[in-house]
Write a protein that binds this ligand. Structure first.
Ligand SMILES: CC(C)NC(=O)[C@H](Cc1c[nH]c2ccccc12)NC(=O)[C@H](CCCC/N=C(/NCCC(=O)O)S[C@H]1O[C@H](COP(=O)(O)OP(=O)(O)OC[C@H]2O[C@@H](n3cnc4c(N)ncnc43)[C@H](O)[C@@H]2O)[C@@H](O)[C@H]1O)NC(=O)OCc1ccccc1
Length: 226
């Protein structure tokens, strides 16, 4: 049993909970303009449009339920107290709703709000408006606490520390198309960790992994954990 397992999850893990992925057929970036909705420039240009996009996703995520893959990963962490680091690119709270604690949300979370003026963070109301005053400084410049393209992901030092001490790195339900997340497998390999990809089909970085399991996460992840 590897001493330290580092797991990275992506939108594919929440697909069977009814939350769309980004790049699959009918995915979010197929039907929405990423540059207008997930960049600081898009927010500066039209904050109301961006809030409408994230308000709808916050509403969907609130009504979604964790699936067997989320529960299996919680089970794995509980079985191996302190030896599993769970990093997610997902902004939903389905890992936590399945019982997982201390999940590293490297791209932020829908249930968080951030003041662009004073950097105060607070729980996001279900429906955010561009005119909402910051509860700390009063400035009407609050945004979803989400990492957009061109912005530095959260907790990168902690993530790099975990990757450099990994014995096994597992990527689940991610296309490997966005950096720095897509480069984590290389970092783990560089320190001699075993690497496993669990996905519906081969990702953009499939060749970087030692082994792979393909199929729906709700089946493959419980099978891998057991
Ligand atoms: C488009 C891409 C080329 N661009 C980037 O990577 C950019 C620029 C860049 C940086 N370095 C580079 C190097 C080369 C090229 C470009 C770059 N990166 C950045 O801007 C990042 C910030 C990127 C974050 C953007 N925010 C997101 N999300 C939050 C928003 C929101 O949610 O609205 S990214 C978003 O897309 C990413 C990919 O999505 P996935 O989760 O993988 O989903 P996807 O739909 O793509 O794939 C789903 C997969 O699941 C599978 N699947 C589907 N159903 C199932 C199923 N049922 N079961 C199992 N698997 C399934 C499918 O087969 C598929 O493979 C995720 O990270 C996700 O969070 N910032 C940064 O680099 O800062 C500097 C830096 C770097 C290092 C250290 C310090 C500073």
């Amino acid at each position: 049993m590897p001493h330290h397992i580092v797991i990275l999850t992506g939108a594919g893990l929440s697909a069977e909970s009814g939350l769309g992925t980004f790049r699959d057929k009918g995915g979010l970036w197929e039907t929405n303009d990423l540059a207008k909705l997930a960049t600081p420039e898009g927010f500066a240009e039209d904050p109301a449009r961006v809030h409408a996009f994230y308000n709808a996703r916050r509403d969907n995520a609130a009504r979604a339920e964790p699936n067997p893959a989320h529960h299996a990963l919680h089970h794995l962490s509980a079985q191996h107290e302190g030896r599993v680091t769970l990093i997610t690119q997902n902004v939903d709270a389905l890992h936590e709703r399945a019982g997982s604690e201390d999940v590293i949300h490297m791209h932020g979370a829908l249930h968080g709000a951030l003041c662009a003026a004073c950097e105060h963070r607070y729980p996001a109301p279900p429906q955010m408006q561009a005119s909402d005053p910051c509860p700390n400084c009063g400035a009407p410049r609050t945004r979803p606490d989400i990492v957009w393209f061109g912005e530095i992901p959260y907790q990168m030092e902690r993530i790099e520390g975990a990757l450099l001490s990994a014995d096994l790195f597992v990527a689940i339900g991610t296309s490997g198309s966005v950096y720095p997340a897509a480069g984590f497998v290389q970092l783990a390999r560089a320190v001699g960790a075993q690497t496993l990809e669990i996905n519906l089909d081969p990702s953009d970085v499939a060749s970087d992994f030692d082994t792979a399991t393909y199929g729906p996460a709700s089946e493959t992840v419980p099978a891998w954990v057991d």
